[in-house]
Write a protein that binds this ligand. Structure first.
Ligand code: SAH
Ligand code: SF4
Ligand code: F3S
Length: 466
């Protein structure tokens, strides 16, 4: 479509009318999913999406507060954008997400970098807030809600590969782990209507998507039409727990892969594991954050389980699904953690041999239980040294896990071309391992193929089509 007839309006005339917005997401998958809700709301407001910051009239940063470093990254980005703004007076900058919720109007006052602050439950208000900003005001809405799930909003898939998509099934978190800022930034836990979840997955499949990842901070406490005590709210409507929801989504089509994140060790039931085992298209991969291998530290973290309980959950996974991959999150140097307690984390890792892990050193967050109750007394160099030990052990286990895959054949969903070479496809197996293999005629992304793994690094499996 490069040629234009002379009758057509020139490109300049068309573009002049159209306002554009850009959105950048930081933090967890939840934020990336929320950005797609915001994109939908902005398109309804008449804005087109752009990936070019120089081209944008409005720039949104959808932010994360989980660790201090996450917030620093956003601050640096805001300073960069403001520098840009000096030469472009009309550019409006909005902070969305968890930092918006945590810092509220402080973001406007202290930093003077921002025109708009919108918390995670207030995205429907963005059109009004934009009008206020256009009128020369600063705009803030950080109200949290007990009901908002954006169930009726059709997300606009940004960065889409057209193959995999996130589907949010719940919002907020009621767990109050003592280190964690999420309950303060995301509010109370609430589940989304299962009918709208299934409908969204059906629509995605009809559009050619082949994989959905169901998202929530604690998917195991998904419940529809049930109170937290397990009582039925409305007797005319069915109740749905997470295992049942998984099954409903798995039944959309056997060619639609289902993943989910995050499971919580205290709530993950055998019913969920049996449902996973029953359906081939529910991926054999569980992200089960342990945080620490020491029961006393877990208690201080308010995680609601002991080391033994956690190991028993791991045993249940391995028994019910012997091929299931397991990943985790680990925090080193939490308040008062001793060397011996740190060793417990390492020994638990030895026992489980995780396929993959996200590892962090503890970062104290304002307002959390730990900030109010415990001293952040492990010196930074000790936190970092322990983290290095955890990372070193995990990279051994990660490599081992990949080496075990060599020689085996897996069903792989092609997600696109390999970053390194357009002669190679990139995809994942059910266990969430990345597999690279040579392109072949007639194949395209979105196809399922059988790939035999021939070699590996600690990060990737290399293979050939069979
Ligand atoms: N809902 C998920 C975790 C969400 S946050 C769960 O319950 O497991 C993702 C990870 O960030 C956490 O699992 C934890 O390992 C890490 N994290 C959270 N708060 C942190 C903090 N204050 N310092 C360091 N890491 C933290
Ligand atoms: Fe944070 Fe715990 Fe909730 Fe996860 S379960 S989001 S770590 S409070
Ligand atoms: Fe960060 Fe908020 Fe997610 S704090 S990890 S973006 S829920």
């Amino acid at each position: 479509m490069s040629e234009m007839s002379t009758e057509a309006p020139t490109r300049q005339e068309v573009v002049k009318e159209e306002k554009k917005f850009m959105i950048e997401s930081y933090g967890c998958q939840m934020n990336f999913s929320d950005s797609e809700i915001v994109a939908s709301i902005m398109q309804d407001k008449g804005y087109a999406i752009t990936k070019d910051e120089d081209d944008a009239d409005v720039i949104f940063l959808n932010t994360c507060s989980i660790r201090e470093k996450a917030e620093q990254t956003v601050r640096n980005r805001l300073v960069h954008l403001r520098t840009n703004k000096a030469s472009k007076k009309k550019l409006k900058i909005g902070v969305l997400g968890c930092m918006a919720e945590r810092l509220k109007s402080k973001l406007l006052d202290e930093e003077k970098l921002v025109d708009m602050v919108v918390g995670p439950d207030a995205y429907r208000d963005i059109p009004n807030l934009l009008d206020e900003v256009e009128g020369g005001q600063k705009a803030v809405n950080v109200l949290l809600s007990r009901e908002e799930t954006y169930a009726d909003i059709n997300p606009v898939r940004i960065n889409q590969d057209g193959v995999t998509a996130f589907v949010s099934i719940m919002r907020g978190c009621d767990n109050m782990c003592s280190f964690c800022v999420v309950p303060f930034t995301r509010g109370r836990e609430r589940s989304r209507d299962p009918k709208t979840i299934v409908k969204e997955c059906q629509d995605l499949f009809a559009q050619g998507y082949k994989e959905v990842t169901l998202l929530g901070q604690n998917v195991d406490s998904y419940r529809w039409n049930l109170t937290s005590k397990g009582e039925v709210k409305n007797t005319d409507e069915p109740t749905v727990n997470f295992a049942q929801l998984l099954e409903m989504v798995a039944l959309v089509d056997q060619d639609l892969r289902v993943r989910f994140s995050t499971s919580h060790p205290k709530d993950m039931t055998d019913e969920v594991l049996h449902t996973m085992a029953k359906y081939e298209n529910i991926c054999k991969y569980i992200h089960l954050p342990v945080q620490s291998g020491n029961t006393e530290i877990l208690k201080k973290m308010n995680r609601g389980y002991t080391r033994e309980w956690y190991l028993q959950r791991i045993a249940a996974i391995k028994e019910i699904m012997p091929t299931c991959a397991i990943s985790t999150d680990i925090i080193t140097g939490f308040c008062s953690e001793t060397e011996a307690q740190h060793q417990d984390t390492l020994s638990l890792m030895q026992q489980v041999e995780y396929d993959f892990a996200y590892m962090f050193f503890y970062s104290e967050r304002p307002k959390t239980l730990a900030e109010r109750k415990y001293e952040d007394d492990v010196p930074l160099d000790v936190k970092k040294k322990r983290l290095q030990e955890v990372i070193a052990l995990q990279s051994k286990h990660g490599l081992k896990s990949n080496e075990r895959a060599v020689g085996k054949t897996f069903k792989v969903l092609i997600e696109g071309y390999s970053k390194r070479s357009d002669q190679h496809f990139y995809g994942r197996n059910s266990q969430n391992a990345v597999v690279i293999f040579e392109k072949a005629k007639g194949l395209q992304k979105g196809d399922y193929v059988q790939v035999k793994v021939t070699s590996c690094t600690s990060a990737t499996l290399m293979g050939e089509l069979v």
